[in-house]
Design a protein around this ligand. Structure first.
Ligand SMILES: Nc1ncnc2c1ncn2[C@@H]1O[C@H](COP(=O)(O)OP(=O)(O)OP(=O)(O)O)[C@@H](O)[C@H]1O
Ligand SMILES: [Mg+2]
Length: 348
């Protein structure tokens, strides 16, 4: 970036686009020095999958972005994340080696997927065959193609495609940076509860050691309300989000589903704790459904750990003349994935 570019505000600028199953979230950000400036914020709800393209177009039309460059993410069953042990070898040999072993780890043909790997740590373990822990990410090409077509149809230019769970981790790391970084041995679980799924990412220090998507989230809470009060989905959704004086009955209707979700999350903690012999110390919740009254309390009871409703925007510089700061703050918990995508603007 030239000095002139930075004087004219043409620095590195990008739109972070979180295409959720129920809401699209977009943050236009620019890197200025070490900090990230949030310049535009837009969100819109989507009805069903067919409407996604219209929702993105609506955002693009109304938000007034000054760039078409986009960082977005994918998630779901076509995204496979595995943590595998392999014989120690240089990074450049790993890509080749993993192709031969990939069918052990992923349920698709190797030709069907785009793969990436990252060495997490060398575990020496007194053996004559030293091993290393490798993060393997495989995404079905068909999903990437669909995703790219969607962005292109909306007139956007894809720069990076990330994975929801890792974006969540990056958002958390950005927040920790201001506080001197993440202690290398500290284990925390990030839990993002959306509409269709709950994303779990367990970090030790800045490194992700476990991710999982549980298909139990806001839509299931809405369904519980719909059944109990005999309402259609839209009415139940409204009552769930604004229960007013019916709050106790709504909470009670949702409690069994919330228990199920708590159990699924606990299973993930147990798995991690067995694998790594480390305890999850704290839980950080985000996503639209983290705002559900009673959720934080229920989780605290279930996990017997501190459950923190965190603000992913804490470490962004907000350009207040272009943004409705109140609306933004109210919405903050829903922006964790988008903030994580936005954080990559600095590493370009
Ligand atoms: N105040 C509230 N109380 C309870 N639930 C809420 C509230 N506000 C939003 N939600 C729920 O949050 C969900 C939307 O959150 P979010 O935007 O994180 O999901 P998404 O990214 O679209 O979904 P996914 O990640 O599962 O694809 C919806 O299910 C909505 O009902
Ligand atoms: Mg989401």
């Amino acid at each position: 970036m030239s000095v002139l570019d930075s004087l004219l505000g043409r620095g590195k600028r990008v739109v972070a686009l979180d295409i959720g199953s129920s809401e699209i979230k977009a943050l236009e950000v620019a890197a200025s020095g070490q900090s990230i400036q949030l310049q535009t914020f837009a969100s819109t709800k989507i009805g069903n999958q067919n409407e996604t393209i219209y929702a993105i177009r609506e955002i693009v039309r109304h938000a007034g972005f000054r760039t078409k460059r986009v960082i977005s993410s994918v998630s779901g069953r076509s995204v496979i994340v595995r943590y595998v042990s392999m014989a120690q070898m240089p990074e450049e040999d790993l890509k080749q080696a993993i192709r031969f072993e990939a069918d052990k780890y992923i349920p698709f043909e190797v030709e069907e997927v785009v793969m990436d790997t990252q060495i997490l740590e060398d575990s020496v373990k007194d053996s004559d065959q030293p091993e290393m822990k490798v993060l393997l990410v495989a995404v079905r090409k068909s999903l990437i193609d669909e995703h790219l077509a969607l962005l292109q149809e909306a007139g956007l230019q894809s720069q990076i495609i990330d994975v929801d769970a890792f974006a969540l981790g990056n958002a958390f790391e950005l927040r920790a940076r201001a506080q001197g970084g993440l202690p290398p041995e500290k284990v925390v679980a990030l839990v993002d509860i959306g509409a269709n799924k709950t994303n779990i990412n367990i970090l030790k220090g800045p490194i992700s050691y476990f991710t999982r998507e549980v298909y139990l989230a806001g839509n299931d809470f809405t369904e519980a309300v719909s059944r109990k009060f005999n309402l259609d989905t839209q009415e139940a959704e409204r009552l769930k989000c604004e229960p007013g004086d019916q709050a106790p009955e709504v909470e009670e209707a949702i409690l069994p589903t919330l228990d199920d979700l708590g159990n699924e999350i606990q299973l993930s903690f147990d798995y991690f704790e067995n694998q790594f012999d480390r305890v999850v110390e704290e839980v950080y919740i985000s996503g639209g459904s983290a705002r559900l009254p009673g959720l934080q309390r229920a989780f605290e009871g279930a996990f017997e750990k501190s459950v923190v409703f965190w603000n992913p925007l804490e470490n962004l510089e907000v350009k207040a003349d272009r943004i409705d700061v109140n609306a933004l703050n109210h919405y903050a918990s829903q922006l964790a994935v988008a903030v994580g995508l936005a954080s990559r603007v600095r590493r370009w």
